[in-house]
Design a protein around this ligand. Structure first.
Ligand SMILES: *Cc1c(COP(=O)(O)O)cnc(C)c1O
Length: 378
């Protein structure tokens, strides 16, 4: 078996999550919006139970939970929804502010909005991948409507200073959206306490079902629906509710919270062993801050090797990537934002450890990288 170290691309759905979903496919399959008979009312009650539990686990008592198909849809709903609602409102604020290292599921909707009358400011990051709050504050003029900053980066794992960013946004009357697809279930994250207005999450990044996710929206934030065709989710997202996926998302979040601390500690130890192991090769650079980082992420650039040849060799033994699964083909925009050249970005390896990663997987990864790099440098 290939050692799977690509948990930022996706995670396996936990067996107990699959088990929790099972009856909702084949036994309790009524449509929760058909409120005239008992099975439908039971499905509706289950949805509300899991909605409340999800909000509680995310410290979001002040938020509405809108179930979506994943974080991509949640980001689109957040960004386009806020922009469209602003057009209908009285505020003249239109500018959107974000960061160059965001996921494409944030950058692409923002660029779309830029073409439709919402000026966009994309802030650079420091060499360690972190946003400089002073630069953010300088960008927060009276025209700014919304700031979007991810909690944890999907390539280099760095954790942006969300509490500080939220404080600045509040002081300037600006909404804050946070793509937390890589953060929830992996690091502590409490929406209300942090002061986040809109939060995107994804099921398949936290050992839940692919095709599940949610946007949490602080009560009082005006949002225009981006999918029309029914009154589900208070009119914010039309379409029959996917009860099994909602149950699975909530169950996965509960499990992730239960083992989060122990998992983080175990994986940080394995990750540090991996880093030491690959660094013995020499001319290996770490991408992104080491201390403000997801415990299960490592991203390195290896000098003096061709990226394509490197990954061709690695793929025989380990599942890793050179960048985001969503931007296949082109060298990582995140690594280039840190100052890496296109060649360096291609000769980079993203490792994402996970719940089932063992010491043997790490030993295999170190051996695979050493063998590949030594052969290519020879
Ligand atoms: C995976 C990911 C997404 C997309 O999530 P889906 O649920 O697959 O749509 C968005 N943002 C980040 C940071 C991600 O890692």
């Amino acid at each position: 078996m290939l050692a799977y170290l690509d948990h930022h691309a996706t995670t396996p759905c936990a067996p107990s999550v699959v088990a929790a979903m099972a009856p909702w496919w084949s036994e309790c399959w009524a449509n929760p919006s058909s409120r005239l008979y008992r099975p439908a009312l039971e499905a509706a009650a289950a949805v509300e139970h899991h909605r409340a539990r999800l909000a509680r686990l995310l410290g979001a008592a002040e938020a509405r939970v809108v179930f979506t198909s994943g974080a991509t849809e949640a980001n689109n709903l957040a960004l386009k929804g806020v922009a469209e609602a602003a057009l209908a409102g009285s505020s003249p604020r239109r500018r959107l502010v974000s960061v160059v290292t965001e996921h494409r599921a944030v950058l692409d909707p923002l660029r779309y909005l830029e073409r439709h009358g919402f000026p966009l400011t994309l802030l650079p990051v420091q060499p360690d991948g972190l946003l400089d709050p002073i630069q953010l504050e300088a960008a927060l003029g009276p025209d700014v409507l919304l700031v979007s900053v991810m909690a944890a980066n999907n390539e280099i794992g760095v954790l942006q200073p969300i509490a500080q960013i939220a404080g600045l946004c509040q002081r300037h009357g600006v909404l804050l959206h946070c793509d937390a697809a890589q953060a929830t279930g992996h690091i502590p994250l409490a929406m209300d306490a942090l002061g986040i207005d809109l939060l995107s999450i994804s099921g398949h990044k936290l050992y839940g079902p692919v095709g599940s996710g949610a946007l949490l929206v602080r009560k009082g934030v005006a949002l225009a629906p981006q999918q029309l065709g029914g009154s589900q989710e208070e009119g914010l997202r039309a379409g029959t509710l996917a009860v099994p996926l909602i149950v699975g998302l909530s169950k996965a979040m509960e499990l992730a919270h239960a083992d989060r601390e122990a998992r983080a500690e175990r994986l940080a130890t394995l990750r540090d062993a991996l880093r030491r192991g690959v660094e013995t090769l020499g001319d290996v650079q770490l991408n992104g801050s080491l201390d403000q980082r997801l415990p299960h992420n490592l991203n390195i650039t290896i000098s003096g090797v061709d990226g394509t040849a490197l990954h061709q060799r690695l793929r025989r033994r380990i599942a890793v990537s050179s960048g985001s699964a969503c931007s296949q083909g082109s060298p990582s925009h995140v690594l280039q934002a840190l100052g890496r050249s296109r060649q360096e970005a291609a000769a980079s390896i993203r490792f994402g450890l996970g719940r089932h990663t063992s010491a043997a997987d790490i030993a295999e990864a170190i051996a695979a990288v050493q063998e590949a790099v030594q052969a290519l440098r020879r």
